[in-house]
Design a binder for this molecule. Sequence first.
Ligand SMILES: [Zn+2]
Length: 397
Amino acid sequence: MLKAYKYRIYPTREQQVLMNKTFGCTRYVYNTCLYLRKWLWERRQTISAFDLIKQLADAKKEISWLREPDSQALNATILNMDKAYQHFFNHGYGFPKYKKRGGHQSFQCPGNTREVNWDQSTLTIPKIADIPIVLSRPFEGKIKTVTISMTPTGKYFASILVDNERKLPGKPRVDENLTLGIDLGLKDFAITSSGLKIPAPRLLRQKIDRLNVLQRRASHHHKGSGKRKKANLRVAIQHELIVNQRNHYLDFLHKLSTHLVCENQATTLVVENLAVKNMVKNHHLALSISDAGWGEFVRQLEYKCDWYGKNLIRIDRFSPSSKTCSGCGHVLDELDLSVRVWSCPGCSEIHDRDINAAKNIRKMGLQTGCGTSKEPVEQRRLRRAKKRESIQVPTSI
Ligand SMILES: [Zn+2]
C-alpha cells in the first residue's frame, strides 16, 4: 500500500542554490523534450522516452550546467513528460503544459540515496545531504520517491511516497442490512439513508473573488515591469491563502469520509455517479458545486473503502429519486424544491425530502450490485477518443 506524506523543509542557502538549479534544469529538459515530441509528431514521427534519455546524455557532454543536478531527477522528468504526453495521446487528456519560470517548481528523486534522519530531523536526497525538515507526522516503510517542490512565494516542501508493504484487505459480500446510501448536496454536504445530515462548511467564494480581482490588476501592468512583479506576488500570496483554506476543507472531507467508511456499521456505501450529478443547468449552482468538493470526497471514499475492505457502489441516477417514495415506489408528478417534507399518497409514509433521496440511492445501489457500477472500459475509451478529436494541439510555445 502506497501512502504520501508532505513535509515543510528549510534548505540552507547552499542547498537552495542547488535545488533552484535542479528546478531550472528539469524545467529545461521537460520543455525541450515536449517541444521535440510535438515537432516530430507534426512530421508524423515519434521518439521514445528511452531515446530521449539517451539524447540527454549526449547533450550533457556539451551543456555543462546540465551535469550539475542529480541525473536521475532529469531522467524522471523525461518519464513524467512521456506519461503526460501518453495521457494526451491515448486517453484524451489535454496537451501537456510547458513548465513556467516563477510558477510552482518541482523535481523528483527516484534514486537510492534518500534517507530521513528522525533524530536530527533531516532529509537526504542525491547530491543534497541533511536538509532540515519538519517531520510533523511519522511514517513506516520503504521510501519510493521523494519530490521536492517550491511555491511561487519561496516555500520549500518534500513529498515522500512510502510503501508500507501491507496488503489490501478483501471485500465482503453486499449485505442489504449493512448498506448505506449517501446523497451529496449543497446546503447539507452529505445526507445518509440512516438519517444523518452533515452541513457543508463555509465555502471559499470570498477568497476566490479576491484572487480574480488581483489577477485582473496584475494583467494591467506591463510584462516584466516592477509593478507587475509586485502584483504577481500578491496573486501568489492570495493563492496560498486559498490553498491553506482548502486544506481546512480537505480536513473536513477527510474526517467525514473516514467517519463514513470506518466508524460505521455499513460494509457497503452507495453514491451517485458525479458525471450525472454535475449536469446541473443552473450556472450559479454549478459554480458552487465545483467548490463543494464532491469529486474529491468520492475519491477519498473510494480509496478508503479499498484500504478498509468495504464496497463502494456508484449508481447512475436517471429516475427522479427525490420524487419516488423509498417505501412503496410511488412516483409523485411534481415536487417543488421548497417542499422539504411530504407524505406519500401510496403508503402514507412521511418523508424528509433529502433522506428519502438517500434511501432511494441505497435502493438503486442494491439493485445495481457491486462491480457493474463503474463506467465500462469500452464506453470510457469511446468517450475519451471523442474528446481527443476535439482537442487541438497548440502550434507555438
Ligand atoms: Zn409510499
